[in-house]
Design a protein around this ligand. Structure first.
Ligand SMILES: Cc1cc2nc3c(=O)[nH]c(=O)nc-3n(C[C@H](O)[C@H](O)[C@H](O)COP(=O)(O)OP(=O)(O)OC[C@H]3O[C@@H](n4cnc5c(N)ncnc54)[C@H](O)[C@@H]3O)c2cc1C
Length: 397
């Protein structure tokens, strides 16, 4: 196979695997480099709103994902101040308007569904235990240097896509001045067997608890057998990675009876084995594309997860990238196609990142400001609250 049809994707996360499938559907040969030896169970829940689910369905994921993903009926907005639900947003309505489902899924289930689809595709080669190291440009395209253990290899390619996450080696190689920034917030996550919670708290609903300087999100995953629990708290601990052990006593001590009602504390108390990760962002205004190299997903624009769009934006990037590259066969045309991709994505991703940051501030209000927030949500009502998300959910590539 000639280099002129080969695109190298660094990273087999959600963005990289989706990009590989979308590019192969446009006729490219794709080589995915993934530094992990195997794609493991790391991580917990991800939310996939209709803007993302419709892309996965178009790529043929419906059957493989449908049985593992849960379609929640509503988002319950709960206020720690008032002690209960202040609005219930009917997700079925939003999905109807957008023409695609709202799914919540274990990250490992999504990754293994994507991997199975990749393995079925003869135009995609997934190289596990193989990390991106370097890239050089020549007249015919790119030479991508990769390492497996002690062995270095080279691959000729038309383009290189850095889908290697927030700590991207491709970004570091191309744009070394762009550094991830610590947000001062830590995500604590764990899972609970659904049978351990009262039915009301293990239902097909996304629960968002807003408290003073913290919030808590819980929703079912793994066909509803487990409840994914994520608590967001301020903190100084800022080590990279996705799976550090979290001390149960530390998180319990933050969810005090003075500030949190019993159902929220019960959910926290039911988690056995906390993991935590420090939340870093990459400014969406940083450079993404240079020549035949571009970035995608968290490598380009890691954002706070408070609009539940981290995976969604990576999936959207993949679809737009594949459209921009469609029909291109020579190195001369690739740079402008990649600039076009970045140009098409930048404004939307920046707007979603701003919305996520704003949500975080609103969720963490306290005192009179929290009271005003709760009254505002109750006054405008669930349907109008949800319609405010239409610009995110109704997007199409
Ligand atoms: C292990 C893990 C667990 C996560 N858990 C959650 C979660 O529970 N909830 C949540 O909301 N989000 C989670 N995320 C983040 C979420 O998946 C992303 O925010 C979102 O899906 C965008 O994904 P991405 O493909 O851009 O990057 P990522 O999902 O971060 O994937 C990047 C991939 O690139 C690989 N990689 C890194 N460097 C190299 C290199 N030099 N060469 C080759 N490969 C490389 C990584 O091993 C990884 O597989 C997790 C990410 C990871 C990696």
């Amino acid at each position: 196979m000639t280099a002129s049809r080969t695109v190298v994707v660094a990273g087999a996360g959600i963005g990289g695997l989706t990009a590989a499938l979308a590019l192969a559907a446009k006729g490219f040969r794709v080589v995915i480099l993934e530094k992990a030896e195997r794609l493991e169970e790391a991580g917990a829940g991800l939310q996939l709103s209709p803007n993302a689910s419709h892309i996965l369905i178009e790529l043929g994921l419906q059957d493989r994902l449908g049985s593992r993903a849960v379609t929640p009926e509503a988002i319950g907005i709960m206020s720690a101040r008032s002690g209960g639900e202040i609005a219930r947003l009917p997700l079925g309505d939003a999905a109807c308007r957008a023409g695609a489902p709202y799914w919540v899924v274990h990250r490992a289930d999504l990754q293994s569904a994507l991997q199975a689809r990749v393995n079925d595709n003869p135009d995609i080669e997934l190289r596990l235990g193989c990390q991106f190291e370097d890239v050089a440009t020549d007249a015919d395209g790119l030479t991508v240097v990769q390492r497996s253990g002690m062995t270095r290899q080279q691959e000729q390619a038309l383009a290189l896509i850095g889908a290697d996450g927030v700590w991207s080696a491709v970004r570091h190689r191309m744009f070394p001045r762009t550094q991830p920034q610590f947000s001062g917030l830590i995500a604590w996550r764990g899972t609970v067997e659904a049978t351990q919670l009262p039915r009301e708290y293990a239902s097909k609903r996304v629960q968002l608890w807003m408290g003073s300087n913290a919030h808590l999100v819980a929703y079912p995953i793994s066909s509803g057998r487990q409840i994914n629990v994520v608590a967001i708290l301020p903190g100084r601990w800022s080590r990279p990675g996705w799976s550090a052990c979290g001390e149960t006593m530390e998180i319990k001590s933050q969810f005090t009876p003075q500030q949190w009602p019993a159902p929220a504390r019960m959910t926290i108390g039911a988690v056995d084995g906390w993991r935590k990760w420090a939340l870093f962002t990459v400014p969406a205004g940083s450079a993404w594309s240079s020549g035949a190299v571009t970035l995608l997903g968290d490598a380009a624009h890691a954002m706070l997860p408070f609009a539940a769009q981290g995976a969604g934006m990576a999936i959207e990037d993949a679809a737009v990238l594949a459209k921009c590259l469609e029909g291109i066969e020579n190195a001369a045309a690739i740079a402008s196609a990649l600039q076009r991709y970045a140009g098409l994505r930048r404004a939307r991703v920046a707007r979603v990142a701003r919305a996520a940051r704003q949500n975080g501030k609103i969720y963490h209000l306290s005192g009179a400001a929290a009271l005003a927030r709760d009254l505002f949500i109750q006054t405008i009502g669930a349907r109008r609250m949800l319609a405010r998300q239409d610009w995110i959910y109704n997007w199409r590539a």
